[in-house]
Design a protein around this ligand. Structure first.
Ligand SMILES: [Fe+2]
Ligand SMILES: [Fe+2]
Ligand SMILES: [Fe+2]
Length: 430
């Protein structure tokens, strides 16, 4: 299998896909990120900024609200006048600041709600200069929030200009308000904001980074996304990290090559990426889900498949990641594949997912110990729900796998706790 030569993943395509994914959770806010990216770039162009800065602004705009975890928070920042926007900006910043690929845009994400305040606006007490991109995303974001996406767009022009002008110099840089005022005279500016194929529009502007990701980059991106997926809910705050660890270790035991094991770890990090389309209120519901909530929960795996499917080069990773609720007897979901069409990587992932889920601690229950977990796993193997051979392999190495899972999850838990510190800091700074 020549895995690497088939995996030519472009950073640009990954960013656009993830950007759309961040808005899946609420259909009324769909495409917020990409629309903000288009508006921000219009303003950046109108201000004559260089192509290098426009590209940075695009990347930051495409991901700017990545620190928003719940539907409630999402609804709150959809109000024009915000009470405390600095929790999500701080979380977003903390999430990406240590990742080489996104490090440069981290301060822009952090500062995208800083007020202009006559040019003196700063983020809390530090005197750090605010990147011009942050002010551009700020105004673009507020224009986007004011747009009613279901109403005719041109008739919204005057009230939106009025609302933006009324905050000039306090919230927004007056130069940017002027640039917007001029742009707003062109109908195409408004039609662009209601155009459905925003990714195509951005593609033609030559803003997407051309960088091709190597395996280390992919590992880094996958780890970051597993944080975004898991940190939304304290119930499963380290789940993907656990699945990733168990899946790669199990793959090694099953004879996978080193490269395949690394891909397995990446697939494990991304296996529940579709959970970004599930409101956190459902992910965190302490009582039993009703039928409708259950259906929404079930859709996560469909979204995992669709999200990963839209990134060229991730085909193998998608197959291993997104079939983890399929079952050997064909009774899984959503594709109802069975043993004859489930690749070994997918079978390993299914076992890793179950093993991790039953043995990890959740805030509302302790994980199963070996004496309870093993018979349960064995019965799933003998009923032909999970792959019998992989179950045997997992059972024979249970203690090793469990210990490795715990170590990895403990490390990630520390990172999760640091984000909570972010909450306090941001609240104080507001
Ligand atoms: Fe925001
Ligand atoms: Fe936003
Ligand atoms: Fe899942």
């Amino acid at each position: 299998m020549n895995l690497l030569s088939n995996m030519r993943v472009k950073l640009g395509s990954l960013v656009v896909t993830f950007s759309k994914t961040l808005d899946y959770v609420d259909k009324t806010l769909s495409n917020h990120h990409l629309r903000v990216a288009v508006i921000a770039d219009d303003i950046a162009q109108a201000c004559g900024l260089s192509s290098k800065i426009r590209k940075e602004i695009f990347m930051a705009a495409a991901l700017h609200d990545l620190g928003v975890f719940s539907l409630q928070e999402k609804k709150k920042i959809a109000e024009y006048d915000l009470i405390n926007p600095f929790v999500h900006t701080e979380k977003g910043y903390l999430l990406i600041k240590d990742f080489e690929i996104l490090r440069d845009i981290a301060p822009i994400v952090r500062h995208h709600h800083v007020r202009w305040d006559d040019g003196k606006g700063r983020y809390s007490d530090d005197d750090e200069e605010i990147h011009p991109g942050a002010h551009i995303i700020h105004i673009a974001d507020r224009i986007e929030i004011l747009l009613n996406k279901t109403a005719e767009v041109l008739k919204q022009k005057d009230p939106i200009i009025k609302a933006i002008r009324s905050r000039s110099n306090r919230l927004f840089n007056p130069q940017l308000v002027e640039a917007f005022g001029e742009l707003s005279q062109k109908e195409c500016f408004w039609f662009d904001t209601s155009y459905l194929e925003l990714d195509e529009l951005l593609l033609n502007r030559d803003l997407l980074p051309e960088r091709e990701l190597d395996i280390e980059d992919l590992e880094e991106v996958a780890r970051l996304f597993s944080h975004i997926i898991d940190f939304r809910s304290s119930f499963t705050s380290v789940h993907s990290a656990g699945v990733s660890a168990v899946a790669s270790a199990l793959a090694k035991l099953a004879g996978f090559s080193t490269l395949e094991c690394r891909l397995m770890a990446i697939a494990g990090h991304l296996h529940d990426i579709g959970k970004l389309a599930v409101p956190v209120e459902i992910l965190q519901k302490p009582s039993k889900l009703d039928d409708e909530q259950m259906n929404i929960m079930k859709s996560h795996i469909y979204y995992s498949y669709r999200i990963l499917d839209s990134v060229k080069g991730l085909e193998t990773i998608n197959m291993w990641a997104s079939f983890h609720h399929e079952r050997m007897d064909g009774n899984g979901y959503p594709f109802h594949l069975n043993g004859s069409s489930l690749p070994m990587g997918s079978r390993i992932m299914a076992v890793a997912d179950v093993l991790t889920a039953i043995s990890e601690d959740r805030p509302y229950r302790k994980g199963m110990d070996v004496d309870t977990a093993l018979p349960l796993l064995a019965s799933l193997g003998s009923k032909n729900t999970l792959d019998k051979e992989i179950v045997k392999l997992a059972a024979a190495n249970f203690n090793y796998l469990n210990k490795y899972r715990q170590e990895v999850q403990m490390r990630v838990k520390e990172e999760y706790d640091k984000l909570k510190v972010g909450d306090c800091m941001a609240l104080q700074g507001a």
